[in-house]
Design a protein around this ligand. Structure first.
Ligand code: NAP
Ligand code: MG
Length: 524
């Protein structure tokens, strides 16, 4: 395993040790399921009066953990703890913060199998995607540490004013805002909690973390890594409970100095509006949904296009913000690509995501499962045809969880609302276009602008990169048409309705979002 570096692009050919480590962790975990976990506030385990049982979408008989149903009172306590810890943490030399965060990242790596196994059970991600999410988290944290060092703590000596009789010194420093709120989604529970948390912490902010209710357990296991690394009490606080009550109380708290929210457009936009009701403008980093196109030219390598599109449409059951949910194909290669896509999609094994052969596990919960059925019905009514899929899976183990067929749709009129709506399920619509200009027009005609993929000639790729409205773009990539970004390689973020900051996580410009500038002029 020494030469193997796990990323979403390399995960298709892992060494055997990776499988062995994962299998062992699943076995151990299954014997220890159902424990109760507290919230973590000011370094203390905090219990709420109400609890909730966290069941696995793989098999709903499996109770993974008992979690706390926190409320407004816990929101307030967590904010107060983060506020109290801020002076100490923000004045800790940045080099020391880097050291502690590197320690946390290395603990995450040490626990990769345990965390990956829990992720597969709680999210329903296949094993390589689960291990990938854990490794990505460590790499995002390492990347923030690297940026802090590379920029020398963001302390910059400015020019001296041309004064006569005085000597001026001007220093620009970037300083943390204060208490930072991180609200994360279910689909990448580690990377999208740990990534923003790492950035907020290394820059000197203190934290309140609120995970998605569907993935409260696995995020608690991540928070344990921050605690075990020796990050002081109160610097990282963790609360669990419904978004509509606990989450809303956090957003409405006057104690929050900045927020990073990753999740759906509707919840994010509401948060943006609610957050703006504070006494003054505070930073909001929103990472929202996508409706990502893959464009295929007549000059494309159809084998690459097929494999890349199928991976991106159906990886994690289509529940990636970066999923390829729209496929736009030039007329002359349409029939051939469509038949290849059907064949490739039908080969994907749907089942228990902890098993080696499985590509697709279940979708996250009953409500997504019902959405799948409703969308398929709507597609049928709207004139769409199922090239493959279109039903939920039934019989045997499938009846225990939320399994859906990988679904490719053709002939749905471009005027249908589902060409623009993020379904967040294993459903992709395929459309024929007369030429690439038509494809680009359709591709950009949505509110979203997260990721996009293209397959065509080298000359055409220049045109694609120039015209496409998206923050993460790929050309001719079999590893994934629109998915599989990795920190340090493909910084990740969206344009338009897909993101608010215009600066991508795991990239050059990300850390400064967590700090405000102070210019220090001193006349000697
Ligand atoms: P979601 O339903 O929007 O929930 C996201 C988080 O917000 C959860 O922790 C949720 O808690 C919380 N929440 C809900 N209502 C809230 C409120 N009123 N105040 C504060 N917090 C609230 O999203 P999801 O279903 O977990 O994730 C899927 C979505 O995330 C998709 O749209 C996907 O495209 C997007 N996503 C974007 C990116 C990106 O980088 N751009 C990455 C991954 C996912 P509860 O679970 O308790 O409701
Ligand atoms: Mg669950």
């Amino acid at each position: 395993m020494a030469d193997f570096k796990l990323t979403y692009a390399t995960m298709f050919n892992p060494p055997d040790e990776l499988h062995a480590g994962f299998d062992k962790a699943v076995e151990t975990l299954k014997k220890n399921m159902g424990k109760e976990y507290g919230m973590l506030i000011d370094g203390k385990e905090v219990k709420a009066d109400e609890k909730f049982d966290d069941h696995s979408p793989v098999n709903t008989d499996w109770a993974l953990a008992k979690m706390q149903k926190g409320g407004a009172k816990h929101a307030q306590e967590a904010m107060a703890a983060a506020r109290k810890a801020f002076p100490g943490w923000s004045r800790t030399p940045w080099q020391k913060r880097v050291e502690l965060l590197r320690k946390a990242a290395s603990l995450i790596e040490e626990r990769i199998f345990e965390l990956g196994a829990a992720m597969a059970l709680e999210v329903g991600k296949n094993r390589m995607e689960s291990l990938g999410d854990v490794q990505e988290t460590a790499d995002l944290i390492y990347y923030s540490c690297y940026q802090m060092e590379k920029n020398d703590g963001y302390i910059v000596e400015m020019g001296k004013d041309p004064l006569v009789g005085y000597e001026a010194r001007n220093v620009s420093v970037l300083r943390p805002y204060g208490v930072w709120l991180v609200v994360s989604p279910f689909n990448f529970p580690h990377a999208l909690t740990g990534g923003p948390s790492g950035a907020a912490l290394v820059t000197g902010n203190t934290l309140v973390i609120k995970p998605a209710t569907d993935t409260a357990w696995i995020v608690r296991l991540l928070v344990d890594c921050f605690r075990d690394a020796g990050i002081p009490d109160g610097v990282v606080n963790f609360v669990t409970g419904p978004g509509s009550t606990l989450g809303q109380a956090l957003v409405d708290s006057p104690e929050v100095d900045g927020v990073t929210f990753t999740g759906s457009f509707d919840v994010g936009m509401k948060m943006y509006q609610d957050f703006s009701k504070g006494r003054y403008v505070r930073p909001v980093i929103l990472e929202l949904g996508g409706k990502n196109p893959a464009i295929v030219s007549r000059n494309a390598d159809l084998e690459r296009a097929t494999i890349g599109i199928v991976r991106s449409a159906f990886g994690l059951q289509g529940q990636k913000c970066s999923a390829a949910s729209r496929v736009l194909v030039e007329e002359s290669v349409y029939d051939e690509l469509v038949s290849r896509l059907k064949e490739a999609a039908e080969k994907l094994a749907v089942g228990d995501p902890t098993e080696k052969a499985t590509y697709n596990g279940p979708v996250i919960n009953k409500s997504s499962y019902n959405d799948f059925k409703n969308f398929c019905e709507e597609i049928s009514q709207g004139g769409g045809k199922f090239l493959t899929g279109g039903n939920v899976k039934t019989g045997g183990m499938y009846d225990k969880g939320y399994y859906c067929e990988n679904t490719l749709v053709t002939d749905l009129p471009y005027s249908h609302r589902l060409w623009k709506h993020e379904m967040f399920l294993p459903i992709a619509t395929i459309g024929k276009v007369k030429n690439l200009d038509e494809a680009m027009k359709i591709a950009n005609d949505v509110n979203y602008g997260l990721t996009a993929g293209f397959y065509g000639s080298l000359e055409e790729t220049d045109w694609f990169f120039d015209k496409i409205e998206a923050g993460v773009t790929y050309a001719n990539r079999p590893q994934g048409a629109t998915t599989g970004a990795w920190p340090g390689f493909q910084p990740f973020g969206g344009w338009k309705g897909s993101g608010s900051s215009g600066k991508n996580a795991g990239g050059h410009y990300y850390l400064p979002l967590y700090m405000h500038e102070q210019i220090r002029t001193l006349i000697k």
